[in-house]
Design a protein around this ligand. Structure first.
Ligand code: NAP
Length: 264
């Protein structure tokens, strides 16, 4: 049995579905008490109940990261209830496709309010608890689209790029206080955020074109998140771990089964 997070309390934002849910479940399976948060209590309660039914420790909270005061109240309450908060996973985000010429101020502001401002104030609230413990791990979810733009939503890309430098800054500011801050940058992953990847035909084509035989599945992010939260990563701070099967930095052709020809 995996006990790498035994005794830890881990709060995951946007844990009702997709990558957030996979990470919440992965952390529960690694022994953490998981605070499953979602914007609606029914979803948070249902997911927490699923973890408890699997024999894990879980607790549900309603949390909208765009509501800073509400976020602070939830995090303080969790710290009070459990006596500590060891891990925060900043997963919640939105992506509304819109070309740069059609981008509106409202849409721009909404992406930044949730994906970047919300993530920062969630981190700050958690860090104010963690600093009292002199211990904590914060894991931010960015995206390979922070590095490789694709014309879908410049508002989203700028928030995800911001998450990478935010991670590096907080790692430096809070590392001396015992709080590690790291980041995961997933590649395209089959979730509701990218509805086309939920279409079986599109997914099959994307899988066939990938280097490792399949594009990202939510569970592919669970292991890296558990590692970064665990004491195995006790000297890992400020990194952005790309989890995309090798796609981001490969411009060559996909090998069709045989070994790659050796470079001359
Ligand atoms: P998803 O299925 O759309 O899940 C997003 C989650 O965020 C949902 O649970 C959603 O809850 C929650 N959320 C949205 N706004 C929120 C708010 N204001 N406060 C709290 N929660 C909020 O997408 P996903 O693919 O799992 O995305 C998870 C993370 O991975 C995101 O940070 C995303 O940017 C990143 N990512 C995804 C991909 C990909 O290809 N899927 C690639 C790179 C990075 P509601 O149900 O309440 O809306």
């Amino acid at each position: 049995m995996d006990r790498r997070l035994a005794g830890m309390v881990a709060l995951v934002t946007g844990a009702g579905r997709g990558i957030g849910w996979a990470i919440a479940r992965g952390m529960a399976r690694a022994g953490a008490t998981v605070v499953v948060t979602a914007r609606t209590s029914a979803i948070a309660e249902q997911r927490a109940a699923e973890l408890v039914a699997e024999g894990h420790q879980a607790h549900a909270e309603v949390l909208d990261v765009a509501d800073t005061a509400g976020t602070r109240a939830v995090i303080e309450r969790v710290a009070e209830t459990f006596g500590h908060l060891d891990v925060l996973v900043n997963n919640a985000a939105i992506l509304t496709p819109r070309s740069a010429l059609e981008m509106t101020e409202e849409l721009w502001d909404r992406h930044h309010a949730v994906n970047l401002r919300g993530l920062f104030f969630c981190s700050q609230a958690a860090a104010r608890v963690m600093v009292r413990q002199r211990r904590g791990a914060i894991i931010n979810i960015s995206s390979t689209s922070a590095i490789l733009a694709a014309g879908t939503s410049v508002a989203y890309y700028t928030t995800k790029a911001g998450v990478i430098i935010l991670t590096r800054d907080l790692a430096g500011e809070w590392g001396p206080l015992g709080i590690r801050v790291n980041c995961i940058a997933p590649g395209g992953t089959a979730t509701q955020m990218v509805p086309s990847l939920l279409d079986p035909a599109v997914k099959a084509h994307a899988d066939a074109s990938s280097l490792l035989g399949h594009i990202g599945e939510p569970d592919d992010l669970a292991g890296p998140a558990v590692f970064l939260a665990s004491d195995e990563a006790s000297h890992v701070n400020g990194v952005t771990l790309i989890v995309d099967g090798g796609a981001a930095f490969w411009r060559g052709r996909r090998s069709l089964g045989g070994p790659h020809p050796l470079p001359p």
